[in-house]
Design a protein around this ligand. Structure first.
Ligand code: PMP
Length: 383
């Protein structure tokens, strides 16, 4: 099998599998318990927390473990329920769908903009949004500014007119990240995009900014996220982070993987009539591991199935949206062209991919597209 769907999810790294296996037998105790096995489990969780904090330029106390990026995104949006929330139309469904139901008018305002898009890999320059956020004056009163902790102290010390959240799920490990340099108040992460397990993620919450837990009913994570610790999962996340840090994986993505991605793009454009790119390949404009391309008069789902029959695994737009017959909201927002959106394929690379995989794709893709274009009613100029 040639796996080119790493942006949807990744296989567990061998190091992760080993760490989780060890954790399942040694660190099974409830990590909140006061007994020794509980402490040992908590130590492991804290190591993973420190690793993530170091990698993204945060303090460990600013990291909260969650069940994944969906929960992290939901937590921040719900914190700002009733407030003004501004996002781009390119956001993940876990932002967009919730935003529509939370629409409010009060300040402070939340800006939620992903740094790297999961369908096209395009990178957003967050600095203009940061400038806008910093220029909004703080309201005199706001329900978000009043909550007090169990200790009777205000939970919000940093009172501003606007806060900035970014979903960094796809960016983690692919490019260097620093939440302080990006001026973020909140950031979202997920383990299963970096070789860790599904069902684990994290939130960066800057000290002193508004925060409301989504899950209540436990003292875990400083009362910021209730529920018994997923110790084995968090240890798996930690093992993936450790490898990422040790190998400085973003350097490998920037060189070897970028070259693979660009080589596939070039060959698609030269060998497949009616092809176009939906990813901006220029350095700094997109993640190095995602290529989204459209094939005129060929339907994305059909291309995906024909490639699958050849043992090549790709995605049409976002995997989260598959089974949904509507065209990808990201490609519609970017191109405004339903035909382009319906005929799109996302190739997303991981560190296991090699030039051989590109050869295999290019040995079958032109004929698959040709077959589909021949049975299509849409005209292709190049035909
Ligand atoms: N945000 C982005 C940008 C994603 O790519 C994904 C995964 N498709 C998610 C959020 C949801 O992640 P999780 O599966 O960890 O909930």
């Amino acid at each position: 099998m040639i796996y080119l769907d790493y942006a949807a999810t990744t296989p567990l790294l061998p190091e992760v599998l080993e760490a989780m296996h060890r954790a399942a037998t040694r660190f099974f105790a409830n990590a909140s318990a006061l007994h020794t096995p509980g402490h040992l489990a908590m130590n492991e969780i804290e190591s993973a927390r420190t690793l993530l904090a170091e990698l993204v330029g945060a303090d460990p106390s600013e990291i909260i473990f969650t069940s994944g990026a969906t929960e992290s995104n939901n937590t921040i949006l719900r914190t700002f329920a009733g407030c003004r929330i501004e996002t781009s139309p390119l956001e993940h469904h876990s932002i967009i769908e919730l935003k529509n139901s939370l629409a409010g008018t009060k300040l402070p305002k939340l800006y939620s903009f992903m740094l790297a898009n999961n369908e096209t890999g395009d990178l957003l320059d967050l600095s203009t949004i940061t400038q806008k956020a910093q220029s909004l004056p703080a309201p005199k009163t706001s329900p978000l500014f009043d909550p007090v902790s169990d200790w009777g102290k205000p939970l919000v010390t940093d009172r501003r007119g606007a806060y900035l959240h970014s979903d960094l799920t796809q960016a983690l490990g692919k490019i260097p990240l620093d939440v302080k340099r990006l001026n973020l108040d909140y950031a979202t992460f997920s383990a299963h995009k970096i070789g860790g397990p599904v069902g684990v993620g994290a939130l960066y919450v800057k000290k002193g900014v508004p925060f409301q837990p989504l899950l209540v009913g436990g003292n875990q994570e400083g009362k910021r996220r209730g529920g018994t610790y997923n110790t084995v999962g968090i240890i798996g996340f930690g093992a993936a982070l450790e490898k990422l840090q040790r190998e400085q994986s973003w350097r490998i993505y920037d060189t070897r993987i970028r070259a693979l991605r660009d080589s596939l793009a070039k060959r698609i454009l030269s060998d497949v009539p009616g092809s176009s790119l939906n990813t901006d390949l220029e350095k700094g404009k997109s993640l190095p591991n995602i290529l989204n391309a459209s094939f005129k008069a060929a339907e994305g789902e059909s291309i995906q199935l024909y490639l699958d029959a050849e043992g090549i695994v790709v995605s049409t737009g976002s995997a989260c949206a598959s089974g949904d017959i509507k065209p990808s909201h990201v490609l519609m927002a970017k191109t405004g062209d339903a035909e382009i959106a319906h005929s799109s394929i996302r190739f997303s690379f991981g560190l296991n991919n090699t030039e051989k995989d590109i050869e295999k794709v290019m040995s079958v893709l032109p004929s698959i597209i040709d077959r589909l274009q021949k049975i299509s009613t849409i005209e292709i100029k190049e035909k």
